[in-house]
Design a protein around this ligand. Structure first.
Ligand code: ATP
Ligand code: PRP
Ligand code: NIO
Length: 492
């Protein structure tokens, strides 16, 4: 469904939490609505107890921001909302303001497919506070989900070590949009295609698949089913061999393949969907090779994930390609990424920027203030550490970064001896898109290139090393001063 077209609206402005609109109204009432602020979208820990995360969802977020406006139907709905005195909640002049309001924030973001880490701003929004606030919920919805699934997909593809992974998740995904955005993120993470035809069509990625057990059940016996499928689609046949008895199914697939290949076609392979996938794949490989069908690939499916793929590889399973649904598109072992969107600075009427934090019992959970950028350092072509800093800070010469979870751990980084790059790039300037959209294949390639630059100790699934992410010293101290100040205020 194209949600943008529901109720004659071309915008998703109402896809927000109600409190964003009541706060927007409050800002407007107090004439604060045009006061500039900076918000950062970041997460606090890598999903799946992993050592890294893959950023995804930016293009969807840009599309949302480009279309952001309140149409007549949105305004009519807001006008209908009443307070507990049964009178309209919102002033007509506020509704008029929303009608004519144009999104004019500056947005910077880390590109999709980039390896990212906790506390780094994936998106930074700077502009009128009312606008920054209204987009919080939708941005989080988009980025949290796609980043989570892209990360799961990257882990699964790392386990598959370059063998093709087909995403088969439509039937188990979280609703319609959940399936399409999961397909998008799974492709960015490294999957070679999807069984979801609508997603393949919209994303311009390969539509892939085999056949179901129902195909075999629909015929009198398995040989008849295989012959019929291969006759109908001789250039796209992968036989599902486990409907009745897998070893017999493999023999039947071989017989059917030989007949079609005698006519000059090449059968793609077979799929195993139950039983001991290590043993059965080895058996199938042996039988296929003995029949001179070395080119036929063996696809495996059945509740697979990165851990089972690794285990099957350790068992020397003869599997060439993987079909993965449920555990990929639902991010089965961690259903959500806990990304948040926090106010980090606010501009006064005189143009001075003030730092802002949200206090927490655990100081590691206190957000980083300021107008942040992330600098990534490389040593011998490998990622060596990231530094979160305030972009107004002069970074010529060596800089010290401090680990927020253990301030005794510090690192001196010098631009002169290490190569480095800033990760946040301009996306919207004064609300106008300045970002060149990239083909989705480029995003997938970025994921793979980025993972190649990451030490393998950080990519392992069990007890991965923690990649060093620090806060530049002066910013670290500013944050500490604010924590002390607000803690004193709390006590006083
Ligand atoms: N060699 C293996 N090592 C580890 N796990 C395996 C191996 N072979 C299969 N598995 C996994 O074990 C789980 C159970 O598979 P199994 O085929 O026994 O049960 P099932 O899915 O209930 O089968 P069925 O579809 O016939 O009901 C699946 O997640 C499957 O991927
Ligand atoms: O296992 P997943 O990773 O989710 O991959 C998708 C599954 O969907 C299909 O099964 P089907 O819907 O026929 O049900 P099944 O689980 O009983 O095989 C297919 O045969 C896979 O097993
Ligand atoms: O094409 C397949 O094999 C397929 C598609 C969806 C779900 N399971 C398998």
């Amino acid at each position: 469904m194209n949600y943008s077209e529901t109720k004659n609206t071309t915008s998703l402005a109402l896809l927000t939490d109600f409190y964003e609109i009541t706060m927007a109204y409050g800002f407007w009432k107090h004439n604060m609505h045009e006061q500039n602020a900076v918000f950062n979208l970041f997460f606090r820990s890598n999903p799946f107890d992993g050592g890294f995360t893959i950023a995804a969802g930016l293009e969807t977020a840009i599309d949302y921001l480009n279309k952001f406006h309140f149409c007549r139907a949105d305004i009519d709905y807001l006008r209908s909302l009443k307070g507990n005195d049964s009178r309209p909640l919102f002033d007509e002049k506020f509704l008029e303001y929303l009608t004519t309001m144009e999104f004019d924030c500056d947005v910077e973001a880390i590109q999709e497919g980039t390896v990212v880490f906790p506390n780094e701003p994936l998106i930074r929004v700077k502009g009128p506070i009312l606008q920054c606030q209204l987009i919080e919920s939708a941005l989080l919805n988009i980025i949290n989900f796609q980043t989570l699934i892209a990360t799961k997909s990257a882990r699964i593809n790392l386990a598959a070590k370059g063998e093709p992974v087909m995403e088969f998740g439509l039937r188990r995904a979280q609703g319609i949009d959940g399936s399409i955005s999961a397909t998008r993120a799974a492709f960015i993470g490294g999957c070679s295609g999807t069984s979801n035809v609508l997603a393949a069509y919209h994303l311009g990625i390969p539509a892939l698949g085999t056949h179901a057990h129902s195909w075999v059940q629909a015929f009198e016996d398995e040989p008849a089913a295989f012959d019929a499928f291969a006759a109908a689609l001789p250039t796209n046949t992968i036989f599902l061999v486990d409907t009745y008895n897998t070893p017999k199914g493999i023999d039947n697939a071989i017989e059917a393949a030989k007949k079609v290949e005698a006519q000059g076609y090449r059968i793609k392979g077979i799929r195993l969907d139950s039983g001991d996938l290590a043993y059965l794949s080895q058996l199938a490989r042996k039988k296929l090779n003995e029949a001179g069908l070395q080119h036929m690939k063996i696809v495996a499916s059945n509740d697979l994930d990165e851990y089972l793929i690794s285990s099957l590889k350790q068992q020397e399973a003869a599997i060439d390609s993987w079909g993965i649904g449920t555990k990929l598109v639902t991010a089965f072992d961690q259903p959500a990424l806990g990304g948040v969107y926090k106010l980090a600075a606010i501009e006064t009427k005189t143009g001075e920027w003030l730092d802002r934090i949200k206090l927490s019992e655990q100081s590691i959970k206190v957000n980083i203030p300021g107008i942040q950028q992330v600098k990534r350092f490389y040593r011998n072509g490998v990622m060596a550490g990231d530094m979160i800093y305030d972009q107004r800070k002069d970074l010529s010469g060596p800089v010290k970064m401090i680990d927020p979870s253990d301030p005794t751990r510090t690192k001196i980084l010098d631009k002169a001896s290490l190569s480095c790059e800033d990760l946040l790039v301009p996306v919207l300037k004064k609300g106008k898109c300045v970002y060149q959209q990239e083909p989705i294949l480029k995003l997938q390639q970025r994921t793979s290139q980025q993972l190649d630059l990451l030490d393998k100790s950080i990519k392992r699934f069990v007890n991965p090393h923690i990649y060093p992410v620090g806060i530049e010293e002066t910013l670290y101290n500013r944050r500490l001063e604010l924590i002390v100040k607000y803690k004193q205020d709390k006590q006083g």
